[in-house]
Design a binder for this molecule. Structure first.
Ligand code: PXL
Length: 278
């Protein structure tokens, strides 16, 4: 079985970061090791939350794994809370990167033109430096703009998306996949670029007239989980689009839905079935 390490916070309630990554990656048939970077009572979109920083744990946990000879097929980072954590995670990549370790960075820090609470444009630029170490980065348009120090654009065309992807790979990563891309009414999906081959890839599915919190973490976990399981990368990016759509559909149908996250749990059969059949 493949072993993936994910590095992000644990928001006790809120359906994001580790509470989403663990079940999805496990459902992919991949062992999901975790390195929690902070414990929060909820994610930061709630009006009130606690935040217990675990930065001090990163180096000792990492060096103990190294002494034990533990290795990872993939490392996937999500929400990171401070400049110090970015530096420690960069070192973690260097210390645990084997010849075939796949490194994915989801720079989870912004959406809809705005940074999440507690983040600054300087932090976004520093996250851009961490992206240099990745084989794949998975930003949305807001995160991409902040990392590149550019203005966020609500209106865009395919030419802009392609040029933005080239600039993202200019950060130093081999591949970039922009999430939440909509180039025609009623469609949304992913647009990706592989700087090593010069190839673009895009995949779209239905855009429903709703927006829910936490879909970025679901998308990244599903894509990285599927790829680590052995699916080709473009198929993994497409499956994650279909799975995220199914999560949104299930949420819309769910009379008991919560305001803070999507029903990713009841959409898991689609993800697992597709992984089995591909
Ligand atoms: O979904 C991204 C995310 C992860 N972790 C924390 C967050 C958020 C988004 O708001 O607050 C703590």
């Amino acid at each position: 079985m493949k072993r993936l390490l994910t590095v992000q916070d644990i928001s006790c309630v809120g359906k994001c970061s580790l509470t989403v990554a663990l079940p999805i990656i496990s459902a992919a048939g991949v062992e999901c090791a975790v390195l929690p970077t902070a414990v929060l009572s909820t994610h930061t979109a709630f009006p009130k939350f606690t935040f217990h920083d675990l930065t001090g744990e990163i180096a000792p946990i990492s060096s103990t794994w190294k002494e034990l000879g533990l290795a990872f097929d993939a490392i996937y980072t999500g929400y990171l809370g401070s400049f110090e954590q970015l530096a420690l995670v960069e070192k973690l990549f260097d210390d645990h990167r084997g010849e075939n370790t796949f490194i994915a960075v989801d720079p989870a820090m912004a959406d809809n033109g705005k940074l999440y609470k507690g983040f600054t444009p300087e932090f976004a630029r520093a996250m851009g430096k961490l992206c240099a170490k990745a084989d794949l980065i998975l930003p949305n348009l807001t995160e991409a703009a902040f990392m590149l120090g550019e203005e966020y654009r609500e209106e865009y065309d395919e030419e802009y998306v392609r040029a933005l992807l080239v600039r993202l790979c200019g950060l130093g990563c081999r591949r970039a996949a922009l999430t939440g891309i909509s180039l025609e009414d009623g469609k949304i999906g992913v647009y990706a670029f592989d700087s090593a081959t010069g190839e673009y890839f895009s995949y779209f599915n239905e855009k429903l007239p709703v927006a829910y919190h936490g879909t970025g973490d679901i998308y990244a976990s599903a894509a990285v989980g599927a790829y680590t399981r052995g699916l080709p990368l473009n198929d993994s990016l497409a499956l994650a689009v279909d799975y995220t759509l199914e999560c949104i559909r299930k949420t819309m149908q769910d009379p008991d839905r919560v305001f803070y996250g999507v029903n990713f749990e009841e959409a898991l059969p689609l993800y697992v079935d597709r992984l089995r059949s591909l």
